[in-house]
Design a protein around this ligand. Structure first.
Ligand SMILES: Cc1ncc(COP(=O)(O)O)c(C=O)c1O
Length: 456
């Protein structure tokens, strides 16, 4: 039996929140909340007493690694994030090609519908931890039809980032090792670190395609002891915009299954595919898929994402519920309704907008041309291009700061993604006209850098 059936001790050995426990036993969360309202004093039994009633002994082991030593890189990552936020605030009139956002708003029809819901009392109450029934039902349908995920259950979260943290808490303990590929999504890296998983094995990507190096993965999964608990990939990728072709995704999944590792695939950009390429998902009892409404439906601030986890793994739902109940309890109910009505617009609503982003991508590609042939990679999917700076600019944060202050354009330093000497450029957040303005500044900045260096 592979270790993928093993969930984190820190989750399994944590008390179940009482309300969720009650709801779970009765398999109907709304009933539980009504019950709480009627006979609250019966339900809010202290956990110790609950345990005593059920004859469960408390484990005294301290499994919480969160207070453990944070290795310096955690601070570097955080430093980058804070630096960029400060740059955005501080560089007056600078335009941003930094943040991973889209320029459109959610569907008007969906916004109009949620406006009508505002005064409904259910909007202001807590909802089921795993998401409102209507949305979960619609997502199950969507997963089956669009993603061919037929054996997956759904938990709605406050965005894909929260989904990732939930999974790290449900699957990993402090001291476990995990695998990522550089350039990696910095928030995923930080989620591991902040939850005490500091043994992060960062694998290489193919220098040409930026695809995760599956040969390296095969070696590390057979050699690392204990075997890494989780392998994670983003498809298509942040920060590179590279998509993982189906056969490679399958190979990564097979390697994980054979080794007994979990595979987490972040599909935040599932609809953001260009040049006729098709995104696909993979399913298995060792695979968890993450999705997001943020970019697809322009819902960044509404905070809705979801986890599709294998229905067949015993105890997974229970552990996820515990974690959910301690972080958001539930995603915002109004936001979940907006997600539901946005979903009703169909994937065409999204792809209609995404197809225009190719123009932005080409505008930015042109602006990056001073860096020379072969310097720019990715961009087959998502909203990112990945550019290599000339060798002398390993300290990419200096270039980023200078581009912001001297040329009024903000990008992300590759060092934040484990690859110093690079830039991540996002082409999703600006309309075509604004993108042209940003691209012009970027082009001039790069020409200036190449001719004169960082001169203030
Ligand atoms: C790969 C990836 N996952 C997750 C997120 C966060 O998404 P959400 O807004 O749903 O938390 C982002 C946002 O940039 C992302 O690029």
């Amino acid at each position: 039996m592979g270790s993928y059936v093993k969930l984190a001790k820190r989750a399994v050995e944590t008390d179940m929140p009482v309300m969720v426990q009650y709801a779970h036993q009765h398999n109907h969360v709304n009933v539980a909340y009504e019950y709480v309202l009627c006979v609250g004093d019966c339900v809010f039994i202290p956990c110790a007493r609950e345990r005593a009633l059920h004859g469960v002994e408390r484990k005294s082991e301290n499994l919480d690694g969160a207070s453990g030593e944070i290795i310096p890189y955690a601070w570097i990552c955080m430093f980058y994030v804070l630096q960029i936020q400060e740059l955005v605030r501080g560089a007056k009139n600078a335009v941003s090609l930094a943040q991973g956002v889209v320029y459109w708003q959610p569907p008007k029809e969906a916004l109009d519908k949620v406006k009508e819901l505002l005064w409904d009392p259910s909007i202001s109450r807590y909802g089921a931890d795993e998401g409102i029934t209507e949305l979960r039902d619609a997502l199950i349908q969507k997963l089956q039809k669009e993603n061919k995920l037929v054996k997956s259950s759904v938990m709605v979260t406050a965005g894909a980032n929260q989904a990732f943290v939930n999974l790290v808490l449900a699957l990993c303990d402090a001291g476990d090792s995990v695998v990522m590929f550089a350039p990696y999504y910095f928030n995923a890296y930080m989620s591991f670190q902040m939850t005490g998983v500091t043994n992060i094995l960062v694998g290489p990507s193919n220098p040409e395609t930026l695809h995760p190096d599956a040969d390296w993965l095969e070696k590390i999964l057979s050699e690392a002891k204990p075997v890494p608990k989780v392998v994670t990939v983003v498809n298509p990728g942040n920060p590179s915009g590279t998509y993982i072709p189906d056969p490679l995704l399958k190979r990564i999944s097979d390697l994980c299954r054979e080794a007994g590792s979990w595979l987490i695939v972040d599909n935040t950009y599932e609809y953001f595919m260009y040049d006729g390429l098709k995104h696909s998902c993979i399913e298995g009892d060792h695979v968890v898929n993450i999705f997001s409404f943020s970019k697809a439906y322009g819902m960044m601030g509404w905070r809705v994402g979801y986890i599709a986890y294998p229905s067949g793994v015993e105890g997974f739902q229970t552990q996820l519920l515990k974690i959910q109940d301690n972080i958001p309890i539930c995603a915002s109910i109004l936001s979940q309704h907006l997600a539901l009505h946005s979903l009703e617009m169909g994937p065409e609503w999204v792809t209609e907008r995404v197809k225009d982003l190719v123009k932005n991508r080409d505008i930015i590609l042109e602006a990056l041309s001073p860096l020379g042939e072969g310097a720019v990679k990715g961009g087959e999917g998502a909203i990112y291009l990945w550019a290599k700076l000339p060798e002398q600019y390993v300290e990419d944060d200096k270039v980023v700061r200078w581009l912001a202050t001297r040329h009024g354009v903000i990008v992300i330093p590759g060092g934040a993604c484990g690859c110093p000497g690079h830039l991540r450029i996002s082409f999703g957040g600006l309309t075509e006209n604004d993108c042209k303005v940003a691209a012009e500044r970027l082009r001039r900045g790069l020409e200036d850098l190449l001719s004169n260096g960082i001169v203030q």
